[in-house]
Design a protein around this ligand. Structure first.
Ligand code: ADE
Ligand code: ZN
Length: 346
């Protein structure tokens, strides 16, 4: 960090909001706000089980990942047209840019939508158009990562991969999401090997609710480059050493962990310990419309709960660019921008 003077503790929230950052773990379907769910539901004549926007918001109380996934899935039923996918993504990008996100790597899952009768082409074209227009519309960059749904079979994941192959150039990476416990990474060994041959970058959710063994197999069997969540690694010293040694980034989502009861309060979160152990940790929002905040809210609340400093803030923002899949020239430009903000912040 290159700041001239120390940053006063009461200025830390402003610094967290102002610092340029990348967001590497957010599910675009999890950014659908209740009012958008209602307006799209009306336009597309999709009935909803909730009488009002407020009633829907009130239902956002979860005991674990599955209780969230059930309601999240209900929200996705309103998405029908290419324009719906564009509008959802564009709204997220506008919101992210307001939090000084300069680059976003956006998760989506075609299997949810093909399961509702919408083609993979409609989904990917709408999402991609928003990413393509992000520099002109919002002054930022964005790319797409397709997540297979792990509660479905490997055969279904292969089918999904086939469907998106004509759209290969629109997707930077492949990930793995949905119900974790009972669906370990090795269930998807063959389809990840195929995705790797095809040149996709690879990530996977692992160690969110399930044990550290899922992180080992995501690394050793699926050969992923980043781990999404990964918070259970703190229980396994050998794994922590491996993550530090190989500089495997973790895309951590503190408010998600709180809302899904992975931790009982933010003061218990392992983010600070991980960072101080040398892990390339990043902060992300996961499903911001459901978990009570976009990326800056994750930063501000977690820093307050854990007593983190401007040094931690710089490291997390720097990690987010280092762990992203952008090319070297763009990364350097974003890091220079980050350094500039820290040098001049009053
Ligand atoms: N899909 C959307 N959010 C998710 C999460 N937190 N874990 C696994 N799958 C998800
Ligand atoms: Zn996630």
């Amino acid at each position: 960090m290159t700041n001239k003077k120390p940053i006063a503790a009461d200025r830390l929230p402003a610094l967290l909001r102002a610092m340029p950052k990348a967001e590497l773990h957010m599910h675009v379907e999890g950014s659908l706000e209740p009012d958008m769910i209602f307006s799209m539901g009306q336009c597309n004549r999709v009935p909803l089980a909730f009488p009002s926007v407020e009633a829907l918001r009130q239902a956002y109380v979860f005991d674990n990942l599955q209780s969230f996934l059930d309601i999240y899935h209900a929200g996705t039923t309103v998405l029908k047209t290419e324009q719906d996918f564009f509008a959802m993504t564009d709204a997220y990008l506008a919101r992210a840019r307001a939090d000084n996100v300069l680059h976003a790597e956006i998760f989506f899952d075609t299997q949810t939508h093909t399961g509702h009768g919408t083609s993979a082409e409609t989904v990917v074209k709408g999402l991609y158009r928003a990413c393509e227009e992000a520099p002109a519309r919002h002054g930022m960059t964005a790319s797409l990562i397709l997540c297979f749904l792990r509660h479905l079979s490997e055969e279904a994941a292969f089918e999904c991969l086939e469907q998106v192959l004509p759209l290969r150039e629109k997707i930077v990476g492949i990930g793995l999401a949905s119900s974790e416990v009972g669906h370990p990474p090795e269930k998807f060994a063959k389809v990840f090997a195929r995705a790797r041959q095809l040149g996709f970058r690879l990530v996977a959710h692992a160690g969110e609710e399930a044990p550290a063994s899922y992180i080992w197999s995501a690394l050793d069997v699926l050969k992923v480059e980043r781990i999404d969540h990964g918070v259970q690694a703190i229980r396994d010293a050998a794994l922590m050493q491996r993550l530090v040694h190989d500089r495997i980034p973790l895309t951590v989502c503190p408010l998600s962990n709180l809302k899904l009861c992975v931790v009982t309060h933010l003061g218990q979160h392992s983010l600070k310990r991980m960072l101080e152990a040398g892990i390339v940790a990043t902060v992300n929002s996961d499903d911001p419309a459901y978990f009570g905040g976009y990326i800056n809210e994750n930063f501000v609340q977690t820093f307050a709960a854990l007593g983190m400093t401007a040094q931690h803030a710089y490291q997390l923002a720097r990690n987010s660019f280092d762990a992203s899949f952008i090319d070297g020239a763009l990364r350097n430009k974003y890091v220079q921008h980050l350094d500039g903000v820290f040098e001049t912040f009053e």
